[in-house]
Design a protein. Sequence first.
Lengths: 347, 252
Amino acid sequence: MDNGVFNATSVSSINHNARSDSLPDLRNLGVTVRVLLLGNGAGFAAALLQSRGLAEFAQQFADLAAVLEPVLLLSLVSLYALSKWLSRLPYAGGIAVILLLELVCTTLVQSTGVAMGEVPTLAGLVRAWLLCLLLTAFIIAYFFWRDRAFSPALADARLQALQARIRPHFLFNSINAVLSLMRRDPRRAETALEDLAELFRALMQDNRRLTTLADEVALCRQYLNLEQLRLGERLKIAWDVETLPGDALVPQLLLQPLVENAIYHGIEPDAAPGIVEIRISGDKDQVRIVLANPYHPEYQHRAGNRMALANIRERLALHFDVEANLSAEVVGEKFEIRIVLPYRKKE
Amino acid sequence: MSAALRVLLVDDEAPARTRLKELIADCAAFVPAQVVGEAANGREALALLESTATDLVLVDIRMPQMGGIEFARHALALARPPAIVFVTAYDEYAIQAFELHALDYLLKPVRRARLQATLERARNLAAPERDALRAVEQEPRRYLSVPERGRITLVALTDVLYLKAELKYVTVRTDEREYLLEESLSHLEQEFREVFVRIHRNCLVAKARIRGFERVDAQESEQNWVVLLHGCAEKLGVSRRQWPVVKELAQS
């Protein structure tokens, strides 16, 4: 989400309390749908409260919709147009502009009604203004709450990254593998230590950031170099990234934890070599990622997979709402994870 | 002093074995030791133990096919089991259990001084206790080990039809033949409760092999149901006491 980008660049502190509030991405389909649902839901409730019977309710709702729908649509279109500019404003400034915009929209719709022959009253206009402000405030509060509700999970995620996602088992075994290289192949040992350092740098960063797909893939390659060192021929990797949109924005650590899981569940339990497949492609709207590893039903008690998936799902939802999707399933003898996300570029 | 200590290295990661070899060479000036074999998992290591005289096994815990602890349990079936020291990168639960049951272990990366101390003690190390290993094991074994003529025969659990207690021994019946096992039936029942169901005081049956049940008309006998197994003509009696449990399984 656009403000996510700006937000991420401003939140460089490790302290997650320093997270600043931000407006939702006004161009996101999920956000648009939520606004429509909330607006109509409020109208529905208001009509229900004012009416005594079903017939009266239908009449009330129709009257209300005549004003409500134009205002909602007009607002969504103008917010879509202004979203880039709005996301650059401070949070409070953004809210003030939106409230003002809503008042303008309401006034416009009201005056159209007058032009069509309704009797203009000042009281009627003020009432419409008040209702409009109330509804807008309610919707803004909803998004504020939603953002907050996601945040604790995200703060935990960083801790998890250190405690669980990079498994201590991996860390110590990797250091051990580097030690084994020291005497025979000091240069390879150097490279391995550099890879390890960069991997940990990425892990210690705030993973609510967005990064480019090219960077995330580079991180995966460094991680895989280390695993290759340990596992040797048992680990085979099939990359298919010819149409990779390198400049697409993705949540940091989107792929690496999934690749780590693929190795932990798919490669390590088997003495025979196994293949991890990574396919990334994109067109002008979407980025598609497919990750596959051998499936061993008999080792499924190895824990940790669901936690990583749930965490990535949450982060995708925060950044892309309903426009991103992650699914995981067993296809024949493979475990496959598919991710689809909107193609967003850094400006 | 005696000849060099004969060491077997077992780890699924080649670099880890290389590292241990280097360190053992570093220790050579203080403790003469010699790597007599390397294996990538417990099964390979057991095969090597049969052909190679070994004093000490340094074994990783997590390995494909057969992990370190299961390996140690089978190795105990040998007439003269080697000393066994576990090597692990990180395994909170296992380390706690090792401490509790006084089993020897090394942490990866292994320090030379720590390894040297282990090598020095190796000749005096007692083989790990059977019960201690059972307590440390986190998941059921995949094999049963049967000592036969000084060798270890591994019987894959998936091949077993039933286990039957007879006097001191437990008879292990597979499709091909029978084996005698020196373990207690109740321990086996505990460890493999996912795989077997107890049908009688002295008999566990592999759930996956049950074909059906048959009623037998015997007025005097206390058993009136028998279990039919796939690939086995024998009919095994269900005790009245176990029948409710078995019936529940049959219905689900």
